[in-house]
Design a protein around this ligand. Sequence first.
Ligand SMILES: [Zn+2]
Length: 206
Amino acid sequence: MASPIEQLTEIFRHFPGIGPKQARRFVYYLLGRPDYDLKKLAGLLNLLHNEVSECRDCHRFFPKNATAGAICSLCADQDIDHSSLLVVEKDVDLDNIKKSGAYTGRYFVLGGLIPILEKNPEEKVRLKLLRERIETDYRAGNLKEVILALSANPDGDNTADYLQATLHHLMDTGLKVSLLGRGLSTGTELEYSDADTIKNALKNRA
Ligand SMILES: [Zn+2]
């Protein structure tokens, strides 16, 4: 059995953007923290699954007691524009776009991107759920446009290509599928884009 240091390093190593050296640094950082800090951290980790839910409609994570049901406050808001659906890779992208104030429609969190040469894209991200959501909303007459707000990198482009190909039958009957304008310079991640960049990218979508 690996030591707690090794086990924890292994967990941190799988965090986004973290390599083995950084992972080990995190563990030593924690070892240097007072006992009550670690107890607080352990307590919060325990609460994550108990007090946070995944929204049934947009699949973002939200605090369970903020709304009564299985959908988040954004999806429960009746005043929100139902004519557009903005697809993002992850929760932080949604938060960032929402904060920019440039978009007032509905959202869908894909849960990742499809890497180039991926053999099982359907298992990688929420493609089936997204397609069902789009089909239902479009056929109900509410949805007019799907905006793919994916990062400007090869995996983002690959995901956009894949989605456009699978939505082609709806695009033929009038559904608009647009991509963010590339004011986002190549390789830029939405997560790190400021409000003005997001506003421009939305305005220049095509
Ligand atoms: Zn939601």
